[in-house]
Design a protein around this ligand. Structure first.
Ligand SMILES: NC(=O)c1ccc[n+]([C@@H]2O[C@H](COP(=O)([O-])OP(=O)(O)OC[C@H]3O[C@@H](n4cnc5c(N)ncnc54)[C@H](OP(=O)(O)O)[C@@H]3O)[C@@H](O)[C@H]2O)c1
Length: 284
């Protein structure tokens, strides 16, 4: 059984050390990230198994369900063991399955954060992330709301998500940003420059949708070939590539399946050869 510690560690915000391979808790809800999971006990089991496998970094959001993911985390894991980092987010609302309207207004973010504190049963959220900029609200107003919540002691560290380099810099002028969560994987490298900015500033970079390998995983493709050589799955190669790509990268593959969870954690021990990495880098 591979432990998540095989993926190495990263220290978030100078004081929160986590194993680099974490867990995304978006997939333990109903279809379309809406409502309760089809099998409640299985979802609880996945969360508990994650900790047994050495995962000490779980990502969630008030909008996953909505509320369902945070409720399940508290039910499965509270009282939380020392060293477990539960990161949540606010800034998106839900109007139905697959629908995610943004709301970055300060009063909404305050209500969202207070709801997460209550559901997670904590006095302070260790890592609170602004889920997305809201085009209808100046970004500094949204970031300012998180700054206020931090000053009040409700948030320990602040992260941002779905940002450009400019938005990251705008946030960094107001608060210490310790993580960025953007879409990034083998087939989508649109956030290379944001990743580089994170490396320059010692910020953790949390790539969402980390398992995607697209056409690269087709027979004869570089992911399929590396997977075959290492007796691994394409998803494991995708995660291993992310872990090799930058020491700041903290992948959070999401699953509602205990078997997939084990497989994803095992990717932390998968060592790719230099020429494989070069090929995968170039394939993007
Ligand atoms: N900040 C944002 O805007 C944002 C957006 C999206 C996601 N996120 C976060 O990022 C996390 C990861 O993103 P994601 O869930 O979209 O993408 P992902 O982790 O790359 O992929 C999850 C999908 O892959 C399947 N899967 C997982 N492990 C597998 C395996 N070993 N073999 C085969 N299939 C597997 C899952 O289904 P099964 O359940 O059947 O395994 C699920 O359909 C989320 O949980 C969430 O915390 C953030």
């Amino acid at each position: 059984m591979t432990d998540a510690a095989a993926s190495g560690t990263f220290t978030i915000g100078g004081d929160l050390q986590v194993n680099r391979l974490g867990y995304g808790a978006m997939r333990i809800t109903g279809d379309g990230v809406w409502g309760p999971p089809a099998d409640h006990d299985r979802a609880i089991g996945v969360l508990r198994r994650a900790l047994e496998l050495g995962i000490d970094f779980i990502d969630t959001a008030d909008s996953y369900g909505p509320e369902v993911s945070e409720d399940l985390i508290a039910e499965a894991l509270h009282p939380y063991p020392d060293g477990l980092l539960i990161a949540t987010k606010g800034g998106l609302t839900r109007t139905g399955p697959g629908q995610w309207p943004r709301n970055g207004r300060p009063e909404h973010l305050r209500r969202a954060c207070e709801g997460s504190l209550r559901r997670l049963s904590v006095d302070r959220i260790d890592l609170y992330q602004l889920h997305s900029p809201d085009g209808d609200v100046p970004y500094e107003e949204s970031v300012g709301a998180l700054k206020d919540l931090q000053e009040e002691g409700k948030i320990r560290h602040i992260g941002v998500s779905n940002v450009s380099v400019e938005q990251l810099e705008q946030a960094r002028e107001m608060v210490e940003v310790v993580t960025v969560q953007n879409r990034f994987n083998l087939t989508n490298r649109g956030s290379e420059e944001v990743l580089e900015a994170c490396e320059r500033h010692g910020i953790g970079f949390i790539p969402w949708f980390p398992l995607a390998a697209g056409d690269l995983a087709k027979p004869g493709g570089p992911v399929a070939e590396a997977a075959e050589r290492h007796d691994a799955t394409p998803g494991q190669v995708a995660l291993a590539w992310l872990l090799h790509r930058s020491p700041n990268i903290l992948p959070i593959p999401g699953t509602g399946s205990p078997e997939h969870l084990e497989e994803n954690v095992a990717a932390g021990a998968l060592s790719l050869e230099d020429d494989e990495l070069r090929q995968l880098d170039a394939a993007g």
